[in-house]
Design a protein around this ligand. Structure first.
Ligand SMILES: NC(=O)c1ccc[n+]([C@@H]2O[C@H](COP(=O)([O-])OP(=O)(O)OC[C@H]3O[C@@H](n4cnc5c(N)ncnc54)[C@H](O)[C@@H]3O)[C@@H](O)[C@H]2O)c1
Length: 324
């Protein structure tokens, strides 16, 4: 087992006001890091950071990574960067083809340039299973190729992985690339559960499900996602370290829809729009091999069904607290 490095000191988290970013910041502050969050609050929320308490050990800089700017000063003296900022919504990226290029690829370039300017030695990048496109091997290992993404979101993640890898080679940065399965948990402002609850709030009598419901994917709890990233970062020290992060199992959209309807009182009719994909660029079957991170000794606390159940219960409780 390689030695466990526990880096203290200042760190930069981009997208730190987002659903995954907030929990990551919380863990880093607990670890003793001074955290500098850079976020434009496009899908993240300042209120998410309330759970951290008063700004003791962290600060929020509201800036947009699409432009180089004074936000890069935050990289001075930083030990490492966690680059999570991106457009999180695959469908929006198809409607607006510049979106992922700018918030994904260009933003990643600006982050890597800021690191180079300030000699920041380590970067962690939140990539996605979408870089595999429509794989033909299941579970899909990190070594799978060719990587032919189906969405502009996936294309931007793959381009960003390329930049991260090239900066590692050209400028000596130690890099971590994490290809997430679907991540669910508190604070989400997008994704299948969020969509289903929104639809039922608008019309409690019916739930429209995109596709035939047979799409099946791995759903990882946000806490597990953060835990896995920190775990790998502390134990692997190659120039470029890359991992799939998932649960090792899957759940279908049909099962998720039925669970949500039950949690909502059971009265809604489920209507499938049909077709194998939910939307253009959707990857209907996703099953990530997690042997690589498992070999390090990491294990998810929740499987996909457990992650979905807990997240549904949290959403149900937060809706009933709001309507009380
Ligand atoms: N949630 C998932 O299922 C999932 C799956 C695979 C990969 N990812 C990746 O994980 C990361 C975090 O996702 P999340 O689910 O927490 O989404 P999120 O939307 O909650 O977080 C993204 C954050 O980035 C910020 N941001 C976006 N564009 C920015 C810009 N140009 N400048 C500054 N800040 C900007 C947003 O305001 C938000 O706070 C993203 O890179 C996402 O692509 C998420």
């Amino acid at each position: 087992m390689p030695p466990i490095a526990r880096p203290g000191g200042p760190v930069v988290v981009t997208g730190g006001a987002g659903a995954i970013g907030t929990l990551l910041v919380e863990a880093l502050v607990k670890r003793g890091n001074e955290v500098r969050i850079i976020d434009n609050l496009s899908s993240g929320r300042r209120a998410h950071l309330d759970r951290l308490g008063r700004p003791d050990g962290w600060k929020l800089v509201i800036s947009d990574l699409r432009q180089d700017g004074p936000w890069t000063d935050e990289f001075r003296g930083a030990r490492e960067v966690w680059h999570l900022a991106a457009n999180p919504d695959i469908r929006r990226g198809t409607e607006d083809p510049r979106l992922d290029l700018e918030h994904g690829t260009i933003a990643t370039f600006h982050v890597l340039e800021a690191m180079r300017r300030h000699d920041v030695p380590r970067v962690h990048f939140s990539s996605s299973s979408t870089v595999y496109g429509m794989p033909t091997i299941f579970p899909t290992p990190e070594s799978y190729g060719p990587l032919l993404p189906e969405s502009l979101y996936g294309a931007s993640k793959l381009a960003s992985e390329g930049l991260v890898s090239a900066y590692a080679s050209c400028y000596g940065t130690t890099s971590y690339i994490f290809r997430f399965a679907n991540v669910i948990g508190p604070l989400m402002t997008h994704g299948v559960l969020f969509d289903f609850f929104e639809k039922l709030a608008r019309d409690p009598s019916r739930l429209e499900v995109l596709g035939d419901g047979r799409q099946a994917k791995s759903y990882l709890r946000t806490e597990d996602c953060v835990d896995a990233m920190l775990f790998a970062s502390e134990r692997t020290h190659d120039r470029v370290n890359f991992f799939n992060l998932g649960t090792g199992d899957r759940i279908s959209v049909r099962e998720i829809a039925e669970k949500v309807v039950r949690a909502h009182g059971g009265g809604a009719r489920i209507e499938y729009t049909g077709g194998t994909r939910g939307w253009p660029g959707d990857i209907p079957q996703q099953d990530l091999a997690i042997d690589k991170i498992s070999r390090l000794g990491w294990k998810a606390r929740w499987n996909s069904a457990g992650a979905v159940d807990l997240s549904i219960e949290e959403m149900r409780q937060s809706i009933s607290a709001r309507t009380r």
